[in-house]
Each structure stands twice: as C-alpha cells, then as structure tokens.
Design a binder for this molecule. Structure first.
Ligand SMILES: Nc1ncnc2c1ncn2[C@@H]1O[C@H](COP(=O)(O)OP(=O)(O)OP(=O)(O)O)[C@@H](O)[C@H]1O
Length: 510
C-alpha cells in the first residue's frame, strides 16, 4: 500500500473545529439575499438548512470573512490573485461550498458594472447633447449594431468527467433560477452545435463548467474566452493536477491568470504530489481543511470476505455474486408509517482496479441473474446516463410515483419494479430490486451517488486515496453505508486490516 496522503496536523484540525462553530446556519453567512434565496432551490427539503462542515469552513473564507467580523471586499478594485485549497471528505457538499461564494461575487460584480455603465451612459448622453447643440448640421450617426459579445464567462469550473459536468451543471442551474446567472455546462458528451450554442449564446454566459481538455482546445482557437475570468475552480484537483489532465488544466490557468482574482482547488484527498505542486507554485495558498479529512465516516462500516475460504476457493467472481445476492435478499428498512418493511431498490457499486475487468465481472454477474452494468469511458452514453441517474437519485419518476409519494422533489427515489429491459431479466434465477454498476476510478470521483448503500471492493485498492474515493460513494450526507472488500489469496489483507482499524477508531487514513 502506498502511503500517499499528506498529513494534516492535529493543531490545524482543532483550530478549524473552533472556527466552524461560528457558522450555525446559512443565514450567518453574508451572502446576498438573492443567493440566500437560491439555496432553498438547490437544497429543497426543510432539513437542508444547515451548512455542512466543508461549507462552514470554505464559504466564510471565500467571502473574506474573519471570524464573526467580515470585510466586504470591492471585487472590482481588488486585483491580486487569492488562492485556496478546499480539502474536505467525500460527499460533504463541496460543490455548494465553492459555488455559493462564486455566485455571490458574480452578482456583486454585475451590480458594480451596471452602476458604472449607468454613469458612463449619462456622461455620453450629456456629451452627445452638447455636440448636437454645437453642430446642428451634422447628420445623426447610425445606431451601433449590437455586436455579439463572444463567450466571456466570469467563472470557470473544471471537473474530470462528462458526468461531473452534468452534475455540477445541475447544481449551478438550480441556483440560477433565483439568482439569475447564465451557466454553460459543456463536455465531449455534447455535440459541437450544442457546445457552440451554450458558449456563444447572445445573452452571454457567466459560469462555464467543462473538462480541461475540451476548454483548453476551445481557448486555443478563441483566446478571448478566458479574458474576463475572475473565478476559477479546479474540482477533484488531485485528478486534474495529476499526469493526464495537468497540461490542459495548467494551460487554462495560465491563460486565465491575468484577470483571475480567486482560484479554488477542491479535493477529498491531498496526495503528496499535490501537496508538493502547491508548495512550489502557490506557497501562499490558503488551505481550508475540514477536521475529518482523510477519515472515512464511522457510519460507513467495512466488512471482509475471505475469498480463499470455502465455498469460494479463490473464485472472486463467485464471492462477488454471492455477496450481491445476500445484500439483495436482505430485508428492507422497517417503515413505521406503513407498518411494514419497505422494499427499496438496492444500488451496489463494485470497484475493480482495471478497466477491462468492468466488462468481465459484469458479464459474469449477469449470468448469475444480477442486473449488472459495466461503467467506463466507452459505455454507450445514453445507457450510461440512465444507469447513473438511478444511482445519483436524478432519474425521472413516473407521475404515479410522484402522486404516491405526495412530494415530487424531496424524497429519495424508489424504484419498485424490476427493469424488464435489464440484461439479467431473461435469467431463470433473477435477483429483483437490485442494481449493480461495475466500475473503476471513473465512477469513484465526485459522482454524487446518494442512494448507494453498498460498495464492493472487488480488488483491494492500490492506495489509501482510492480507498477513500471508492468508499466515499456510500454513506454520503449523513447516510449509513457498508463497504465489503473481497480479499483473495494474493491480496494485501494486512492493509485491509489497517484500514478497518483506522475506520473503527474514526482516524484519518494516512
Ligand atoms: N448543507 C447541506 N445540507 C444537506 N445536503 C447537502 C448540503 N450541501 C450539499 N448537500 C448535498 O450533499 C450531496 C453531496 O454534495 P457534493 O456532491 O457537493 O459533495 P462533494 O463534497 O463534492 O463530494 P465528493 O468529494 O465525493 O465529490 C449532494 O446531494 C448535495 O445536494
């Protein structure tokens, strides 16, 4: 096991805990009233009125608050770049933690610019009036044609995958209904026409959400696109500053730097290479770290299946199928309002280390009557989106379902009927009410799989970082979760034991 995570001193953790106590509700934060109102749209449901730890730590800092006292900075006058690293555990609401201060800044800049424009217009009108008096024979100048302003967003959010572009795009969109700003989520999953329409909309664009390679290639032919960016977020920074994404991420950063005022890097883990990169390039970066960083919450339990033992005798596929069947057949939750157990669809994520294994393992599971689907970069996009939607709770419910639940938005999605088109439905022995995704790291980064209760680690992850991200797909936002590691004859059972013990004690996995 690679000990790849940078340590966070106990002293830092304790002082952050103290600071967090000062923010008890969103109302304690000096966000514009329109942004406060927009939160209600992004977080429907009454229980959602309390900021999460990552939001308590990040929002005041990004707004320029110091303790209870806060300074409003003039966003136009202040030119030097402020940089932040927001490191907080998986599923702790980092998206809103960076989006709310950005939307707040956009609205403030807009108001200042509107005032400036009003002043300029008044001066121009007065000058024109005077000129008209002086030169009564001159012809009226033709009205200026309203030149189409090329896409010049104020904020850029970079994420590693098309799925995350959609996910973050939806959160931004939900805020924009009330706060009124324009978003353009773009990814390789969109056609060039859609991308062009979103970016070059005649109404302009405020926030662009993209993967780095796509935006870097657009900026190559349209350098102007990054000329007004004041806020930039590098989400999943440990991925975006790792080998494959680093060139395009840093290229965008360099192009945006002249106008940039705030740079926010976001991550659930601080690997050593990221730590080193930041120390070299941003020695004055403000590090916003939550007390539970690198710890897997206690509400997530980790079980172990010894594949070497009977009845599996080293057959991991069999152990995996058997584990899924036991989960699938286990009882549902007792619902006191209905006086019986509710059978909720169980969503299970199986993680493998190699991409090819996603196909191999899911095909095996299908032969065992399990609705399993491989999830990797080349999966058919329509199918991928539909499968993922049922795991992230964004799938559309039928009208009947909504009437039954009496509330269209705030309750978790329940899918009671087995999917007739599912690959396993033709099998004689079919496990109902259970859906499985077999994936690699692609499915472990940032995807908000709120309805996932079970994660199976088919392979023992190579690093602590992978452990954190994979187990982080369950137990999100205070929910309970269970991870199960399949430990085969050649696997590092000592590492699994170590991780389990740290999890039991609620300690950071460093
Ligand atoms: N204050 C809040 N109260 C309740 N739920 C919240 C709050 N803030 C965010 N959420 C919900 O928490 C879930 C996780 O949020 P988000 O995806 O931003 O987490 P994350 O920290 O980025 O996770 P990861 O590290 O895995 O990317 C979302 O479903 C979001 O709607």
């Amino acid at each position: 096991m690679q000990r790849t995570l940078a340590e966070v001193p106990y002293g830092t953790r304790s002082s952050v805990k103290k600071g967090m106590q000062e923010v008890e509700s969103f109302e304690d934060l000096p966000l514009l009233s329109t942004v406060q109102d927009a939160i209600k749209d992004a977080l429907p449901g009454l229980e959602y009125r309390i900021p999460t730890p990552s939001q308590r730590v990040a929002i005041p800092a990004l707004l320029g608050m110091e303790g209870k006292k806060w300074r409003t900075r003039n966003p136009v006058a202040k030119r030097e770049l402020e940089s932040y690293l927001l490191a907080a555990e998986t599923g702790s609401g980092k998206t809103l933690a960076y989006l709310l201060p950005i939307v707040d800044a956009i609205k403030r800049e807009e108001a200042i610019e509107a005032e400036e424009k009003e002043r300029e217009d008044a001066v121009k009108a007065a000058e024109a009036q005077e000129k008209k008096r002086d030169d009564i024979f001159e012809l009226e100048p033709p009205p200026l044609s309203k030149a189409v302003d090329p896409a010049r967003p104020r904020a850029i959010i970079l994420v590693p995958t098309a799925e995350l572009v959609t996910q973050v795009g939806l959160v931004a969109k939900s805020l924009s209904h009330v706060a009124k700003f324009r978003t353009a989520p773009i990814s390789a999953a969109n056609t060039p026409t859609v991308i062009r329409k979103r970016l070059f909309s005649e109404n302009g664009v405020d926030v662009v959400i993209s993967t780095p390679p796509l935006l870097a290639s657009i900026a190559e032919s349209n350098p102007n696109i990054l000329s007004r960016v004041t806020h930039m977020v590098i989400d999943e920074a440990d991925s975006l500053l790792d080998r494959s994404f680093k060139p395009s991420t840093t290229e965008i950063l360099e192009r945006a730097t002249p106008s940039l005022k705030k740079l926010v890097l976001c991550s659930a883990t601080i690997p050593r290479y990221l730590d080193k990169y930041l120390a070299e390039h941003f020695p004055f970066m403000n590090r916003l770290v939550t007390p539970n960083l690198h710890a897997i919450p206690r509400r997530v339990q980790l079980g172990v299946v010894d594949v070497a033992k009977e009845p599996y005798r080293g057959n991991k596929n069999l152990a995996c199928a058997d584990t899924i069947w036991s989960i699938g057949k286990s009882n549902g939750d007792y619902d006191p309002s209905e006086g019986k157990e509710t059978v909720e669809t169980k969503r299970i994520m199986v993680f493998v280390n190699e991409r090819e294994d996603t196909e191999r393992v899911s095909q095996y599971l299908v032969t065992k009557g399990i609705d399993a689907m491989p999830f990797h970069r080349d999966t058919d996009p329509a199918r991928q989106a539909a499968t993922l939607a049922s795991f992230t709770g964004t799938e559309k419910k039928s009208k009947k379902d909504m009437e039954k639940e009496g509330d269209s938005e705030s309750k978790p999605v329940k899918v009671e009927i087995a999917d007739k088109s599912s690959p396993a439905s033709g099998n004689k022995r079919h496990l109902p009410n259970t859906k499985v995704i077999v994936t690699t790291d692609l499915g472990s980064r940032g995807i908000d799989t709120v309805s996932v209760r079970y994660v199976i680690l088919y392979d023992v992850p190579h690093t602590t970082i992978d452990f954190i991200h994979r187990l982080g797909r369950t137990g999100r936002m205070g929910r309970r979760g269970r991870g199960i590691v399949l430990v085969g004859p050649g696997d590092r059972s000592d590492v699994v034991k170590e991780v389990r013990e740290a999890m039991f004690r609620g300690e950071a996995l460093i």
